[in-house]
Design a protein around this ligand. Structure first.
Ligand SMILES: *[C@@H]1O[C@H](CO)[C@@H](O)[C@H](O)[C@H]1NC(C)=O
Ligand SMILES: *[C@@H]1O[C@H](CO)[C@@H](O)[C@H](O)[C@H]1NC(C)=O
Ligand SMILES: *[C@@H]1O[C@H](CO)[C@@H](O)[C@H](O)[C@H]1NC(C)=O
Ligand SMILES: *[C@@H]1O[C@H](CO)[C@@H](O)[C@H](O)[C@H]1NC(C)=O
Ligand SMILES: *[C@@H]1O[C@H](CO)[C@@H](O)[C@H](O)[C@H]1NC(C)=O
Ligand SMILES: [Cu+2]
Length: 612
């Protein structure tokens, strides 16, 4: 019944994308185990878009920015047909999805040079995967810097009824649990992003011309809406932190709140050409408002709770998010349940997803939702408004009190932030006690510029996106260039991210394919041969009790000394997968490595995907 209604709607409304499951009804998955795959058609075009009021070229997904929601039921097979009408080639990655069903489909991971060739202009490609895992994910461009041109959209996979929810850990009252479950069934995806006024190719050209790391952005967007507000110099100075002032010495943050590129501590001791810096890259602010105005989120207090799947599709900015006067129960991280934690604000590195429940027990009114840069590099914020449905409509009268300020700092001493490093999976799963292989991956600037980076012994240059894809050519030169690591299926692997030189920001490391356990992190040099050896000296730096399970995790910032972070995972999904920093300009600058997982058991490639 649900299916035929959905089809009927699709018949009348040309795009079926958001309507296939307007009501969360996944009963057909169990009823029809042999059902055909769910099909999504994505048409990519270039257009002039101005989400913050400044017009530039960007990517439209089925005519929209951001892209439409892909809503699925756990267990469904998916076919995403992508028609590329952009003036350049492109790929799409399904961020966090492991493709590790019985039908292994590593050729659908969307990484050029690893699992496919770029989808050329005017051609199409079909990605196939199974939604084995429930929860909040997103899809985004994965060729060159094109994620920063606007190709991203949410994915939500409704959990199967058999999956235990963690809501009983919040309340023992059955009626409250029911409201939470209902809120989850109707959860809303909120996609946060940063927005540059230059296209990704212009940013890349500017980096090459100046030798600089383009670590600032021009505005922040909530569901694709924002504005450029241009803080006054006095406001920027007032919110400049002590640690920023230390690095700035006598200078000030620029008019876009950015650490000036002339500060050597931020850019490193490399050659730079400051005369070539385009307007807007580090400074240059003109106030504008996006056509769509501020994002408005309507909430229904009679529902008791609202559930949001908050996604960071940011290209460069580490973000904080908070809803005035409304604490949040964070109940899932990177698409997987955790023991819920009640907090006032959350941080989201690029690539992070958090699912939260917000209790709607305040007087009807308009409450500000704040999204701000919390990183060292910039002061920048934007807002949306959450309105109780019964509010007499007087938009503009937001008088709510914030938990966080425009620099992401707590406004009172009792404000709490969510820390995914301390999250406890629900249910708990445990890694093996020891790993079969350990790789120490150095993170550092590489090649005498501020914008090129290493992960491991070497850098993974953008040009390798054009190389013969490793999944099809595992014996290519690239495979033997120090830019890959190889593992055996079923084995346990430790990756140690070693941030060797200060000053470096937090690098949000994202691992494609299956999730990992975050087993340890600390300050100082890593000078051990394995985690087992390190535990003998620094046991307090490790967590084998109930370690977090994630697909994206930021290294500790290296302000004055090196830092390290250890993750452990079991190889269970044979294929060629990228691990990389999710700051896009860092990935373009080479902070990436190919993992040839389970290369001893790589699947046979179906005829339709074979490359000559
Ligand atoms: C790096 O750049 C500096 C500054 O221009 C120059 O003195 C040095 O020789 C360069 N080092 C290498 C290894 O190219
Ligand atoms: C923010 O929290 C810290 C740590 O609890 C506290 O020391 C500080 O005073 C708080 N800031 C404000 C403005 O209350
Ligand atoms: C880096 O080089 C060292 C020394 O040659 C080698 O032992 C190590 O395996 C390499 N690491 C990676 C990730 O390739
Ligand atoms: C790979 O290893 C996983 C975990 O041990 C196992 O479940 C899976 O069947 C293996 N796959 C192949 C192709 O051997
Ligand atoms: C290296 O580790 C050893 C313990 O194995 C420790 O005693 C030593 O201080 C460490 N060296 C450095 C430079 O951190
Ligand atoms: Cu990085």
């Amino acid at each position: 019944m649900a299916i035929s209604i959905a089809l009927l709607r699709c018949f009348f409304i040309l795009t079926c994308l958001q309507l296939v499951k307007a009501v969360a009804d996944c009963s057909h998955v169990a009823l029809f185990p042999q059902r055909p795959p769910v099909k999504f058609d994505i048409i990519l075009t270039e257009g002039d878009i101005s989400p913050d009021g400044h017009s530039r070229k960007g990517i439209l997904t089925n005519g929209q920015f951001p892209g439409p929601l892909l809503e699925l039921c756990q267990g469904e097979d998916v076919e995403v047909f992508v028609l590329n009408l952009l003036p350049y080639s492109i790929t799409i990655h399904f961020h966090g999805k492991a493709h590790n069903s019985l039908l292994h489909t590593p050729w659908s991971d969307g990484v050029p040079g690893l699992s496919q060739r770029g989808i050329e202009q005017g051609t199409s490609f079909i990605y196939k995967w199974k939604a084995t895992e429930y929860g909040s994910y997103f899809y985004h461009a994965h060729q060159r810097g094109h994620i920063e041109d606007g190709l991203y959209g949410p994915i939500y996979v409704h959990p199967d009824d058999s999956v235990e929810r963690p809501f009983a850990l919040i309340t023992s009252h059955g009626d409250q649990q029911k409201l939470m479950r209902n809120a989850e069934d109707n959860s809303l995806s909120i996609i946060l992003s940063d927005w540059r006024h230059m296209t990704s190719e212009q940013v890349w050209e500017a980096e090459k011309a100046t030798g600089l790391d383009a670590y600032c952005t021009n505005s922040l967007l909530i569901n694709g809406k924002g504005s450029v507000s241009c803080l006054s110099p006095d406001t920027i100075d007032a919110f400049t932190s002590d640690s920023q002032n230390q690095v700035l010495a006598e200078s000030h943050l620029t008019d876009i709140g950015c650490i000036p590129p002339t500060i050597m501590a931020a850019q490193g001791p490399y050659p730079h050409d400051f005369s070539n810096i385009p307007d807007g890259l580090f400074s240059g602010c003109t106030p504008t408002n996006g056509l769509g105005g501020k994002e408005k989120i309507l909430v229904y207090p009679r529902a008791g709770y609202v559930s949001w799947n908050i996604i960071s599709a940011a290209g460069v900015a580490a973000l904080s998010f908070s809803a005035d006067e409304h604490p949040m129960y964070v109940y899932a991280v990177d698409g997987r349940y955790i023991e819920p934690v009640l907090v006032h604000a959350v941080n989201l590195a690029p690539g992070r997803r958090l699912s939260v429940l917000v209790k709607l027990d305040k007087p009807p009114g308009h409450y500000t939702i704040r999204t701000v840069v919390n990183g060292f590099n910039q002061i920048l914020d934007t807002t949306a408004v959450m309105s109780y449905v019964d509010t007499v409509d007087d938009i503009g009268k937001e008088t709510s009190t914030g938990y966080i300020d425009i620099a992401g700092k707590n406004t009172t001493a009792d404000v709490t932030f969510f820390d995914e490093k301390l999250s406890v999976p629900f249910p708990v799963e445990l890694p093996a006690q020891a790993a079969d292989q350990t790789f120490v991956l150095n993170i550092n600037r590489f090649g005498n510029t501020s914008y090129t980076w290493s992960l491991g012994n070497t850098s993974f240059p953008l040009a390798l996106e054009e190389a013969a894809p490793l999944l099809f050519f595992p014996d290519s030169d690239v495979a033997h260039s120090g830019r890959t690591i190889q593992t055996k299926n079923g084995s346990w692997v430790d990756l140690i991210f070693h941030v060797t030189t200060p000053i470096q920001p937090e690098h949000p490391i994202h691992k494609h394919s299956n999730k990992f356990f975050l087993i340890g992190y600390g300050q100082g040099l890593w000078n051990y041969s394995s985690v087992s050896e390190a535990i003998r000296y620094i046991p307090q730096s490790f967590n084998f009790n109930r370690p977090p399970i994630l697909d994206t995790i930021s290294t500790l910032p290296a302000a004055t000394e090196p830092t390290w972070m250890a993750i452990r995972y079991q190889v269970n999904n044979p294929g060629a997968f990228l691990i990389h920093c999710h700051i896009q300009v860092h990935t373009s600058g080479g902070m990436a490595l190919a993992i040839l997982d389970g290369i001893d058991t790589w699947p046979e490639i179906p005829a339709e995907y074979r490359l000559s």
